[in-house]
Design a protein around this ligand. Structure first.
Ligand SMILES: NC(=O)C1=CN([C@@H]2O[C@H](COP(=O)(O)OP(=O)(O)OC[C@H]3O[C@@H](n4cnc5c(N)ncnc54)[C@H](OP(=O)(O)O)[C@@H]3O)[C@@H](O)[C@H]2O)C=CC1
Ligand SMILES: O=C(O)CCC(=O)C(=O)O
Ligand SMILES: [Mg+2]
Length: 432
């Protein structure tokens, strides 16, 4: 059987990091996973966009040396392994990569390869910007008001994968342990004989590095607020602790640049509401970023009813998963929802769309490649290749303005010309 170890492309060089700063050669080797389902259609379209943008921006002085690595169905059929170590090693060695979606069966079989890759590389931020492109159809009246950036914690929470099947020896053992050691907690398990159980670890370290990245992003990009979205009213020592650790970190590490609702509460308790309001007003007028919090369920309403209240959002893993698909809907859907999984300390990053494999559209050359195209745009910006990234945005703007769009937009857009996945990529390139 052939080896899943990819050959390094000739003439390519490795991206490195020193003192937290990336060094990007002119011909960087970038590993990619094509993905399952619609992944191959989308990748074929997207890579043409990336190469065209880089060529147009740098006239041959820079070029990405793509290196295919394997995961998912393609890896299993060729190497009998869903996620070969060589693939993880390639992302580790070459620092920055990009991937298509990978299938995760529900309720059994392999656990998510996507989540595994994030955990193995310790990509603790799932960064998902949500913005509207002029002309994109939307179910809300003012999609232009939606401009949010989600920082979803990417390594903890129920996604840690500590879960035991109902009736299994492991579930019995864990429930037995709770019965013996925590009898009052045991009484809270409504049906202990038939319960599956999961564990939800959320730590101060995990929370702090995520919230730190969100605040640093907000400062660098001159954003107005960071909202900590949690379900701490119910899950006090996980989600509630996320909120508390987030506020404490903001005050401890970013006291000069932020003002928190916790500070407001303390001033209100000491001096009254008017004094707290005046203090907050003065802090925000001086350019400080507001650090606030919101409970996850009402957030899902308020991002619709008052989107301008939300700017940068920092949230645990499961909330972030729900929020990112819900927010994508407001700006045209999951076909235009990019993302990146990043470790800002080691520099490792794997960019990928928010959507999945959409298997019913596999090999039809039909779906919107926009999410992967924009994930690549994020990747180019991460590399500091802003001219090429800007060209991708220009191309997307132009293609959408011409109403040359894939089925998902065309079905909601008056006067649109429905084009294939590959044709949309061509329209983006033509508009660069
Ligand atoms: N990071 C990853 O690799 C992810 C993988 N997955 C995995 O993908 C598989 C399928 O998941 P599923 O829940 O069906 O979600 P998907 O995101 O794959 O698809 C759901 C629906 O979203 C729309 N959609 C998705 N991608 C596009 C696109 N590029 N252009 C236009 N519309 C799109 C389609 O809607 P419509 O039918 O209305 O046109 C599609 O039917 C599962 O195995 C899941 O675990 C899921 C999420 C992320
Ligand atoms: O890995 C999966 O199958 C799902 C992941 C997911 O939904 C996400 O990252 O948004
Ligand atoms: Mg998701």
């Amino acid at each position: 059987m052939a080896s899943p170890k990819a050959e390094a492309p000739a003439g390519g060089e490795t991206i490195t990091i020193k003192d937290g700063k990336l060094t990007v050669p002119n011909f960087p080797i970038i590993p990619f996973i094509e993905g399952d389902g619609t992944g191959p259609d989308i990748w074929r379209a997207s890579v043409r966009v990336f190469d065209a943008a880089v060529e147009k921006a740098y006239g041959g002085k820079r070029q990405i040396k793509w290196m295919e690595v394997y995961a998912g169905g393609k890896a299993f059929s060729q190497f009998n392994n869903w996620l070969p170590d060589e693939t993880v090693d390639a992302f580790r060695d070459y620092l920055v990569g990009i991937k298509g979606p990978l299938t995760t069966p529900i309720g059994g079989g392999i656990r998510s390869l996507n989540v595994a890759l994030r955990q193995l590389l310790d990509l603790y931020v799932c960064l998902r910007p949500v913005r509207w492109f002029k002309g994109v159809p939307s179910p809300v009246k003012h999609p232009e008001k939606v401009d949010m950036v989600i920082f979803r914690e990417n390594t903890e929470d129920v996604y840690a994968g500590i879960e035991f099947e109902a009736g299994s020896d492991d579930a019995k053992k864990l429930i037995g342990f709770i019965k013996d050691n925590f009898p009052s907690a045991y009484k809270k398990i409504r049906f202990p004989e038939t319960a599956g159980v999961g564990v939800k670890p959320i730590s101060s370290e995990g929370t702090e590095r995520l919230v730190r990245s969100a605040i640093e992003y907000a400062i660098k990009n001159k954003r107005k607020s960071v909202t900590l979205v949690h379900k701490g009213n119910i899950m006090k020592f996980t989600e509630g602790a996320f909120r508390n650790w987030g506020y404490a970190l903001a005050e401890r590490e970013f006291g000069g640049q932020t003002y928190t609702w916790d500070q407001w509460e303390r001033t209100k308790a000491a001096k009254g509401e008017a004094a707290a309001n005046a203090e907050q007003k003065q802090a925000l007028e001086s350019g400080k970023i507001l650090i606030k919090d919101a409970i996850a369920d009402i957030t899902l309403q308020q991002v619709l009813t008052r989107p301008t209240d939300f700017d940068v959002i920092a949230t645990p893993n499961l909330n972030g998963d729900y929020l990112s698909d819900a927010l994508a809907a407001q700006v045209g859907g999951i076909g235009i929802a990019p993302g990146g999984n990043v470790n800002y300390i080691t520099g490792h990053a794997v960019f990928e769309a928010t959507h999945g494999t959409a298997p019913k559209y596999a090999d039809l050359d039909q779906v919107n490649p926009g999410s992967v195209v924009l994930s690549g745009e994020m990747m180019l910006r991460y590399l500091g290749w802003t001219e090429a990234a800007d060209l991708i945005i220009k191309g997307m703007d132009g293609a959408i303005a011409q109403k040359s769009v894939t089925y998902d937009f065309a079905r909601l857009m008056e006067g649109a010309k429905e084009v294939k996945c590959s044709e949309f990529a061509s329209a983006v390139i033509a508009n660069m």
